[in-house]
Each structure stands twice: as C-alpha cells, then as structure tokens.
Design a protein around this ligand. Structure first.
Ligand code: BG6
Ligand code: MG
Length: 308
C-alpha cells in the first residue's frame, strides 16, 4: 500500500482563509442581529456557502424565515465581504510547512490535488502563487454535496487516476476528516476540533507537516503499527505490539512482547525493556513474514539496521 497522492483542503490548511470566512459571515450575522460565534463557525468549515447560511439561520431559529431569493442575496453579501478580505492575500500567506511539504511530496513522485468546496479557490490559489503546483483542482461548482460527504475527495482521486486507499487527505475541519475517511483515504488533521472521528494523523499546525514522517505514520496506521513518542509507556498486552522504531525515542518504556519494525527489518523484544536497553535482539525477517504481520516496507525504501 503506497501513498501516491496528497489531497489538500484549502481554507485553513494551505492558507488561513478560514478566519476570513468567519469574519465575512460575522459581518452579515451582526447586521441581521443574529448570534454567531467561533464555536458556531466550526460547523461551517468545509460546508458550502448556502449550507453555511442555513446553519446560521437554524442556530437563530430563522431557517424558514426567508425565500431562496433572499438567501441568495445574503450569500452574495457574505461573499462580497469575503472577497474584500482576501483581496490582499499574497504568497506570504501560505501557512508554515505547506510549501516544503508540497515540494517534498512532488519530489517523491506524488500527485497533488485541492479538494475545496469554495468557489473562490482558484482565485485564492492564484493570489498565493501556487495554482500551477497542483495536478488537479476540484471545481466547487460541480460538487453537489458539502463535506462530510466524500464526493469532493472521491472526484479528486478519480481525476488523478489514483485509488482512494493510495490517497492522503489534509483537512482542518471535522466534516473534512469525515469526508476523507468516508472516501476510503487516510486523513491528516490540522488543529481539528474533534467532535466525532479523530484524524489518522492529528497535528496541531501545518508547521508539523513532515513528508518523511507522514509516510511512516500513514504506513503505521495502515498496518496498525503503533507510532510511539517520547516518554510513552507501551504495554505488550495480547500477542505483541508492533512499533515503528523510526519514531521511538530513548525514554519510551516497553513492557511485554513487542515487535519493533523498520522497513523489512525487525527487532524482536520478548521481555520488558527500554528502546535502547537489554532484551532486544536484531533479526531480519523476510518480506513474506512482514506481510503476515501486516508490516509494510518503508516508502523511502529504507532497510537499514535498527539501533536497539
Ligand atoms: C470551504 C470553507 O472551504 O468553502 C467554508 O471551509 C466555506 O467555510 C466554503 O463556506 C464555501 O466557500 P465559498 O468561497 O464558495 O463561499
Ligand atoms: Mg478548511
């Protein structure tokens, strides 16, 4: 199983335009005397313009108070506010870590796509100076269902000609994470306020995006290999716990049967110990055995020994 494409949400992932969507809706809500705060705004992330308005109206018990024509006028007002706010966006507004992450993924031969339900996406990507970096940009006008429906991610995968299981989606919203996972892809969450499913790889910000680490973590998730971090205690529990040694730190304490994995090589531990302690022995196992254990070779082809 290989990651062959990264599919990015735009607002709140590539650039911090999510805050402008909030400000633009807030301006409209204030004018109408409606309640609308940052918590309410979480429900609007990844949701189309009209669906967003309906959520604001629903919060204010005003869902049936307007005709479709009146709602469309409100959407236009919000969009005018938004377009004014993004008018000053430049390449400087690309969020930290995004440019390098994209460059590393491209250098490794992956395809890149944008899955944004925003009709302003092409204009925003142009202002950011990266519109030509993507192999495919979904056309929001042709997407009929907002996230959490998987439609936009499925369309991206199909247009790239890559199976969903070989795609990783990056999202800042709960609806987006649900959409990615419903499309059969692995998800990276950027500071997601989790109210339902947790992203496969939750990060606090785009600055934490690291292509090499992503490959390892996604492989671990696919193979149900545990990624452990500094200071953690890992209990072998049942038969064994499979741990990716490339992301363990010296202070991790392992208890019970543990299989440490690096590419096709393993360090087997059958007793308690620490990552660099006694009780660990190095052995190389055949790829067939790796497959039996559900272990996947590293994307970077790394097959060097494990220091244990
Ligand atoms: C999504 C945003 O990317 O685009 C939503 O997360 C927004 O907040 C939606 O409502 C639609 O955007 P636009 O630009 O078409 O109104
Ligand atoms: Mg978003």
């Amino acid at each position: 199983m290989k990651t062959k494409a990264i599919i990015f949400d735009l607002d709140g992932v590539i650039t911090d335009s999510a805050k402008y969507h909030f400000e633009a809706w807030k301006e409209l809500a204030d004018r109408l005397g409606y309640k609308f705060d940052e918590d309410d705004n979480e429900r609007l992330k990844g949701v189309s313009r009209l669906d967003s308005l309906n959520i604001i109206l629903e919060i204010n018990n005003a869902l049936d108070a307007f005709t479709l024509e009146e709602k469309e006028a409100m959407c236009t007002e919000k969009n005018d506010n938004y377009v004014n706010l993004i008018a000053k966006v430049t390449p400087e507004d690309i969020l930290p870590g995004i440019a390098k992450f994209m460059a590393d993924a491209k250098a490794a031969g992956l395809k890149l796509a944008v899955a944004s339900v925003s009709k302003n996406a092409p204009a925003l990507l142009t202002s950011l100076g990266i519109i030509d970096e993507f192999d495919y940009i979904a056309d929001a006008r042709k997407i009929s269902k907002s996230k959490p429906d998987p439609e936009i991610f499925t369309v991206c995968a199909e247009s790239l000609g890559i199976a969903p299981e070989n795609c990783v989606g990056v999202e800042d919203s709960q609806a987006g994470i649900e959409a990615i996972n419903a499309a059969g892809m692995k998800s990276i969450g950027i500071n997601v306020t989790v109210t339902s499913i947790t992203p496969d790889l939750p990060l606090k910000s785009t600055a934490e995006l690291d292509f090499g680490k992503l490959c390892r973590a996604v492989e671990c998730a696919l193979a149900e290999i545990d990624v452990v971090t500094d200071g953690e205690r890992v209990d072998g529990g049942g038969e064994y716990v499979v741990v990716d040694t490339r992301v363990i730190c010296e202070s991790v304490i392992f208890v019970g049967p543990v299989v440490f994995v690096r590419g096709a090589e393993c360090v087997l531990a059958d007793s308690s110990g620490v990552a660099d302690g006694d009780g660990l022995k190095l052995c190389t196992i055949a790829e067939g055995v790796c497959a039996d254990l559900g272990i996947i070779r590293a994307l970077d082809g790394s097959n060097s020994g494990v220091s244990a």
